[in-house]
Design a protein around this ligand. Structure first.
Ligand code: SF4
Length: 295
C-alpha cells in the first residue's frame, strides 16, 4: 500500500473512530474508494469518471472534479419528502423560472458587488469586521449553508474556518472523500452576530435574498443545511431539527428544483459529539444521492 493511500486510510479510520464506530470492514472496494481522484479517474469505471456539470469558468476549472450521480435513484422514497416550496423569508416572489447563469463564477462576483458594504440589517453596526460572503467552487454540485460567521470567520473573511469549520472540513474530506475546494460553503447571514448568537428573523430576511441568488448562480444538485437556522430559512418548517433531518426535501427556488438535506451544525456536534453518528447517517444519504464512491 503506498504512503498516500495509507494516510487516507488512517484519516478515514480516525474519522470513523470519532464517530464512535468500533468495528469497520475494509474491503478492496472500500480501499479503491479511498484512492486519490487521479487514480479513481484512471480506473476502468466510466460511471464515476469526472465530468464537468456545466462549461467550466476559469475560476471553476482549477477546482477538483466532482463525481456525477448515477442514473438510477440510489435514495429510497422513504428518505424523500413530497415536493415543497419555501414560504418563509426565503420564499420565491413568484418570478418566472430564470435561466441558469452562463458563468456562475462571474455571477457570484456580481452578487458580491451588489451586496457591497452592506448596511441592510443591524448586524452591520454590531461589531462585524467584514462581510463573509462564501467560498468554494462556483460549479459545485454540493453547497453547505450554515447560519452565520463566527469570530474566526469574521477575522479571516471566510466561512467555517474555526473549530466548527475544521470539523466540517473533516466531514467533507475524511468522511465524504471530497476535497473541500470541490464544494461551496456559505451562510444565511454574511455578518457575524454579536456573541455568536443565532441570527434574528429580520437579519435573515434582509440577507437571505443574497443566499438565494448564490444558490441560483451555483445551482447545486444538493444543498446541505447545517443547523436549525439554515434549515428554517430554506424550508420554513415547524418542529424540531430531528423531525426534518435524515431525508431529502425537494426544494424549488424561482422555478429551479433541487434537493435539500438537513443535518446538525458542526458547532453543535462539538458540544454534543454523541450526535456525530446521526450526522454521519445524513452525510451517507448525501453521498448516495450524489453517487460518491464511499457511499
Ligand atoms: S447580515 Fe447581510 S443584510 Fe445584514 S448587514 Fe450583513 S450582509 Fe447586509
Amino acid at each position: 500500500m503506498d504512503s498516500d493511500l495509507r494516510q487516507r486510510l488512517a484519516a478515514y479510520l480516525e474519522f470513523q473512530r470519532e464517530l464512535g464506530v468500533e468495528r469497520l470492514r475494509i474491503t478492496p472496494s472500500s480501499l479503491a474508494a479511498l484512492a486519490p481522484a487521479s487514480a479513481a479517474t484512471a480506473a476502468p469505471a466510466p460511471a464515476l469518471a469526472a465530468a464537468p456539470r456545466r462549461p467550466q469558468t476559469s475560476a471553476a476549472s482549477s477546482m477538483p472534479p466532482f463525481h456525477p450521480a448515477p442514473a438510477s435513484d440510489p435514495v429510497p422514497s422513504s428518505l424523500r419528502t413530497p415536493a415543497y416550496s419555501p414560504s418563509g423569508s426565503f420564499a420565491s416572489a413568484a418570478a418566472p423560472p430564470a435561466a441558469p447563469p452562463a458563468d456562475p463564477a462571474a455571477e457570484l462576483v456580481h452578487i458580491r458587488a451588489d451586496l457591497g458594504d452592506c448596511t441592510r440589517c443591524k448586524l452591520h453596526r454590531l461589531g462585524r469586521r467584514q462581510i463573509v460572503f462564501g467560498a468554494g467552487n462556483p460549479g459545485a454540485e454540493l453547497v453547505f449553508v450554515g447560519e452565520g460567521p463566527g469570530a474566526d470567520e469574521d477575522l479571516q473573511g471566510l466561512p467555517f474556518v474555526g473549530r466548527a469549520g475544521q470539523l466540517l472540513t473533516d466531514m467533507i474530506q475524511k468522511g465524504m472523500g471530497l476535497d473541500r475546494a470541490a464544494v461551496y460553503i456559505c451562510n444565511v447571514v454574511k455578518c457575524r452576530p454579536p456573541q455568536n448568537r443565532t441570527p434574528e428573523s429580520d437579519e435573515c430576511a434582509a440577507c437571505s435574498p443574497f443566499l438565494r441568488r448564490q444558490l441560483l448562480a451555483i445551482r447545486p444538485k444538493l444543498i446541505i443545511a447545517l443547523g436549525a437556522c439554515a434549515a428554517q430559512n430554506l424550508l420554513a418548517f415547524k418542529g424540531s431539527l430531528a423531525s426534518v433531518r435524515g431525508r431529502l426535501h425537494p426544494l424549488e427556488l424561482d422555478g429551479w428544483n433541487t434537493q435539500l438535506l438537513i443535518t446538525y451544525h458542526p458547532a453543535y456536534l462539538l458540544r454534543d459529539p454523541s450526535q456525530k453518528r446521526e450526522a454521519w447517517k445524513d452525510l451517507q444519504i448525501a453521498m448516495r444521492f450524489l453517487g460518491l464512491p464511499r457511499a
